[in-house]
Design a protein. Structure first.
Ligand SMILES: Nc1ncnc2c1ncn2[C@@H]1O[C@H](COP(=O)(O)OP(=O)(O)OP(=O)(O)O)[C@@H](O)[C@H]1O
Length: 306
């Protein structure tokens, strides 16, 4: 098996390179390492390396970074067989490690190489205009995408990351976005049924329970069941939305009448105006003039190295 570490040195404001230096000193197996040089480079590297995999010589790609780095590895490697994906958490949110499993030590990576202990998991598929994107944790439109956008360009996150406190910044961005966000109208079409929602704060498709750095948004999500869960939050005041973010860490927000949650294998989302979206916390540029997004799931589409 070929083992490749793909390292985002800047993830978690430098945690990426620190974690790699620790791993590198202790690894006693043959491997290759690749430091990413720019946004999008991770996906290109993953695509090239996964393309080398054969049945006789599988490839294991281990992302060292945050959820955005793992997202790019998935998008680069998804079309190839005989590939195993693993991760070492070095971001500020690290929801992948909560919903799946990440390597904590180099010994664990070595154990994987000896045992090839793996499991297959689903990924979400988002189609919009002519583009297709895959998500591993969640895909969201609306308020959470605005929060992700503010967070990704924020210096506060970078400062808190220095003290490994990056996830503390999320509640601050929520409050910041609360005062600039404008709810939208949404139509969801699925299984031949159409439902309209007014004053939507956000709609999120979840493949696993956690989002936003440990919030248990979708408690019933399972990464191998061939479905995703849609959470629609609509028709609530700013203050109740804040209350929702207080309850979501315990997964109790689903008791609120303004929160609707259901499982689906396919759904079409239609918006009345341009929207902001994120996939695994990475802000997505949607095609202009496109107000329809189709979400499906690809069952057991990738292998987790563990
Ligand atoms: N060398 C690089 N220079 C600039 N950006 C990079 C580089 N390598 C990767 N990136 C980009 O950094 C972004 C953020 O990465 P990632 O999510 O892993 O870290 P993070 O934002 O610190 O963590 P978290 O998402 O957990 O808060 C990704 O969009 C990725 O494309």
């Amino acid at each position: 098996m070929e083992v490749h570490f793909i390292i985002n040195p800047y993830a978690g404001n430098g945690q990426g390179i620190k974690r790699w230096r620790q791993f590198e000193q202790q690894l006693a197996i043959p491997y290759q390492s690749h430091l990413t040089k720019y946004e999008g480079h991770t996906m290109l590297l993953a695509n090239e390396l996964a393309g080398r995999a054969t049945k006789e010589n599988p490839v294991c790609l281990i992302a060292i970074g945050g959820d955005g780095t793992i997202h790019e590895v998935l998008n680069g490697a998804i079309h190839f067989k005989n590939v195993y994906l693993g991760a070492v958490s070095a971001g500020s949110g690290n929801d992948f490690a909560r919903g799946y499993q990440a390597f904590k030590t180099s010994k664990q990576v070595e154990q994987f190489i000896n045992t090839v202990n793996s499991s297959s998991h689903d990924c979400g598929v988002v189609k919009q205009g002519g583009t297709t994107k895959y998500f591993i944790n969640n895909f969201g439109v609306g308020f959470d995408a605005l929060v992700a956008g503010i967070a990704n360009s924020s210096s506060l996150k970078r400062s808190l990351n220095k003290w490994k406190l990056g996830k503390l910044s999320y509640p601050y961005y929520v409050i910041h976005a609360l005062f600039t966000y404008k709810p939208f109208k949404l139509t969801i079409s699925r299984e031949g049924k159409i439902k309209q929602y007014q004053n939507v704060w956000f709609v999120t498709a979840s493949n696993q329970p956690y989002f936003g750095g440990g919030m248990k948004l979708s408690p019933n999500s399972n990464t191998s069941d061939g479905q995703f869960e849609l959470t629609v939050v609509s028709n609530l005041s700013k203050w109740k939305l804040l209350f929702l973010f207080g309850t979501v860490f315990l997964g109790k927000h689903t008791l609120l009448k303004e929160v609707e949650q259901f499982a689906a294998m396919e759904a079409k989302l239609i918006f009345d105006e341009p929207v902001m979206a994120h996939a695994d916390g990475e802000t997505q540029k949607l095609a202009t003039g496109q107000n329809k997004i189709q979400i499906t799931v690809q069952k057991k589409a990738w292998n987790l190295a563990k």
